[in-house]
Design a protein around this ligand. Structure first.
Ligand SMILES: Cc1cc2nc3c(=O)[nH]c(=O)nc-3n(C[C@H](O)[C@H](O)[C@H](O)COP(=O)(O)O)c2cc1C
Ligand code: SF4
Length: 678
């Protein structure tokens, strides 16, 4: 295989303390949502990254002891000897592909829940814990508690070494670690040798790092994951303040520095709010202070940027959490000169939302993630069919394209008929909204892949009638015609239509397609009963065009669901900066009044233009009138036209439909389940 010379630097081995990484691709620590109770799923997911060429694969946050109990947020555990075999298997599966394995040992401190263990939550001070959903305080650790915590950490290191890990992490990042809680003036109010001055607050981190190095004793490398800056926090770490001081104080201690931003919303920023490489401005200086290797993150998907970071000595290893989820084979595609085949992360954070739900991670770009063990799906090796068939797919949105690509990859003749004059369905539309351009990658990747195949074609401006479909005479027909935004105020909190003749009712589509054009400043009300990103981007578009916008929602918070993608804070800040007005807790009634759900007061409407962002109606006419069934044997419905949902859900449905088509007699969607009692 050719290894393009311009990317050679990415494939140079690198010594990390006593171990050597085979290349510069570092799959950063991330939880997979399987937790310690579904290890086979997590192991298969991580092994897939090793198979795809990530030279180092890190396991996500791993609780070191029962005093750091995150249940029911599925994390890894290494509490005692019984956990070792599971980790040992994980290490072997990663190493089988020649990659290094790393474990991120962590204690949640004031972020722990301890709901199952019932143990006191511990931290530097007696304060409310950092979880508003749990009404508990942390116990201020006395010197005996500190000693036992250090012993617990040492014991976890010992178990990790037994399991065979090459790199052992000390975790002081995201404000999710007891070590960060000791470091920060926000949470450390102690007056003893562990509080007050910087030297005192860093003491525990230094001790734990030294303990870990001593335990590893040159048999494994020791990494320190540290968040250099906390841009949102008053008195937080900063790259020119205490964040830098920590790097200087511990410069030559760890074998590897893994640096990033805190809190998690800053570290895993979406493409709407941050471009590729967004962390570099904070982390650039680290290599000038330490001689030890440095790994950093920032949604890196461009091989050119990656190689320039190595060559310019900004980083030694390219960290990737989301890019490695979206494409576990990113490194081997670069190695094999197949850059155009990389399925680039679009920065939507649906993966993060799954973590928040506590379920195995899902991804908009990679529908096979988390299905490696459960369903035996491989992201690069499609099931190949022995008998060649013809398949017609109507609609070229995310579901239609994914279905078409999976069928074409399996060797079938695939035709996609798109009624519009551009492909892409909802993504072609939504990606025109402010900040959402990167989402085009979902359709661009699939359209390019299909364009490279002799057995696939896409026809635009091809409106298909029942007769056209029948005449086409394909083995199967899949209808993927998407959904249309409702204008009748049926949404998440209202299931009955509301009508009015007194207002100009618009939908997101009207704004996206600029059906409402007005050069002078106009007042708009946006009624959000969808609660995802859409109302906020519509608002942003109107505000960018200098209109006056009031955001109204029946819920108590703005774009409520976006808390799961970590965007809610950034959305509020952006809309505020553009001059929006917010009216929360106002629910529409049948008289077309917006009534406050707390004090029953009515909102005074100052505009006749109301954009309603509510539910969507599936465009399933071709399917629902039943005629197709009389003439065509195998008809499938998929994506938003089966059930409107997220882009990720549409891609997954498209993939599932293709799998069903490929294996019509068997249960292609059967999932294995992990059982604890056999
Ligand atoms: C689903 C998900 C889970 C994560 N879990 C962890 C974790 O367990 N420990 C950790 O240090 N970072 C975790 N992270 C943060 C990533 O390691 C990484 O720092 C961040 O996503 C930025 O890198 P990226 O732009 O390459 O995704 C997680 C990220 C994602 C997307
Ligand atoms: S879900 Fe979105 S952000 Fe997460 S890895 Fe996939 S494409 Fe990237």
């Amino acid at each position: 295989m050719t290894k393009p010379s311009q990317y050679k630097a990415l494939f140079a081995p690198l010594k990390i303390g006593p171990v050597t990484a085979p290349n510069r691709f570092f799959a950063s620590p991330h939880s997979t949502g399987h937790g310690w109770t579904e290890p086979k799923g997590a192991i298969a997911l991580r092994a897939m990254k090793a198979e795809g060429g990530w030279g180092t694969v890190a396991v996500g946050l791993t609780e070191i002891s029962p005093s750091s109990d995150y249940a029911n947020h599925p994390m890894e555990r290494i509490w005692d000897e019984k956990d070792i075999p599971r980790h040992h298997l994980q290490v072997n599966e990663i190493k089988k592909h020649g990659s290094l394995s790393a474990i991120e040992l962590g204690h949640g401190g004031m972020q722990s829940r301890n709901l199952t263990t019932g143990l006191p939550i511990i931290g530097p001070s007696n304060l409310s814990i950092l979880r508003p959903e749990i009404p508990s305080q942390s116990k201020a650790m006395d010197l005996t508690d500190i000693k036992s915590f250090r012993n617990e950490h040492k014991a976890a290191v010992k178990r990790s070494l037994k399991a065979g890990y090459d790199i052992i992490y000390v975790y002081a990042a995201h404000g999710l670690s007891i070590l960060s809680h000791f470091l920060s003036v926000n949470t450390n109010k102690r007056l003893d040798q562990y509080g007050g001055t910087f030297e005192n607050r860093i003491r525990l981190l230094k001790e734990v790092l030294e303990d870990t190095l001593e335990m590893a004793n040159g048999t494994a490398a020791v990494a320190l994951r540290f968040s250099i800056a906390e841009p949102d926090k008053p008195f937080g770490m900063s790259q020119d303040g205490e964040g830098r001081d920590v790097i200087e104080a511990l410069a030559e201690h760890p074998d590897l520095w893994d640096i990033n931003l805190s809190g998690w919303p800053k570290d895993s920023q979406t493409s709407r709010f941050a471009d590729e490489g967004f962390q570099l401005e904070y982390t650039n200086f680290v290599k000038s202070i330490t001689s030890k290797p440095v790994v950093g993150v920032g949604r890196f998907t461009s091989p050119d940027l990656m190689v320039s970071l190595i060559k310019n000595q900004q980083l030694d290893l390219i960290g990737g959490a989301r890019p490695s989820i979206a494409d576990p084979f990113l490194p081997s595609k670069i190695k094999n000169n197949q850059i155009e085949n990389i399925r680039e992360c679009i920065g939507c954070n649906v993966c993060v939302s799954m973590d928040a739900y506590g379920v195995p991670v899902k991804c908009t770009q990679n529908p096979t993630i988390s299905e490696e063990w459960r369903k035996g799906w491989h992201p690069e090796t499609p099931p190949i069919s022995r008998k060649k068939e013809t398949h017609l797919i109507i609609g070229s949105g995310p579901a239609g394209l994914e279905c078409a690509l999976t069928l074409a990859n399996a060797g079938h003749e695939v035709t996609v008929a798109e009624a519009k004059d551009e492909p892409g369905g909802r993504i072609a539309q939504e990606s025109k909204l402010p900040g959402l351009n990167t989402w085009r990658r979902v359709i661009d990747y699939r359209i390019f892949q299909l364009s490279q195949k002799k057995n696939a074609q896409i026809f635009l401006s091809s409106h298909m009638s029942i007769n056209d479909i029948t005449d086409f005479n394909s083995d199967t027909v899949t209808i993927a015609t998407g959904a249309t935004w409702r204008n009748d105020f049926i949404g998440s909190t209202n299931f009955d239509p509301i009508e009015t003749n007194n207002y100009n009712i618009l939908t997101p589509e009207d704004i996206i397609l600029e059906k409402f054009k007005n050069s002078h400043k106009t007042k708009f009300i946006i009624y959000d009963d969808d609660h995802n990103y859409m109302a906020s981007v519509i608002a942003e578009k109107l505000l960018n065009n200098n209109h006056d916008v009031t955001y109204v929602t029946p819920l108590p918070t703005v774009s409520t669901w976006t808390q799961y993608t970590l965007e809610q804070g950034a959305i509020i800040e952006r809309l505020k900066s553009l001059g929006i007005k917010f009216a929360l807790n106002y629910k529409i009634n049948q008289n077309f009044e917006f009534v406050n759900t707390i004090d029953n007061k009515k909102l005074k409407l100052t505009s006749k233009n109301v954009v309603v962002v509510g539910g969507r109606i599936p465009n399933d006419r071709l399917f629902s009138d039943g005629q197709l069934f009389n003439t065509v044997q195998n008809v499938f419905l998929t994506g938003d036209c089966l059930v409107p949902g997220t882009m990720q859900a549409a891609v997954l449905l498209g993939h599932q439909t293709a799998r069903k088509i490929l294996d019509r007699n068997a249960d292609a969607l059967h999932s294995k389940r992990e059982q604890t009692i056999h």
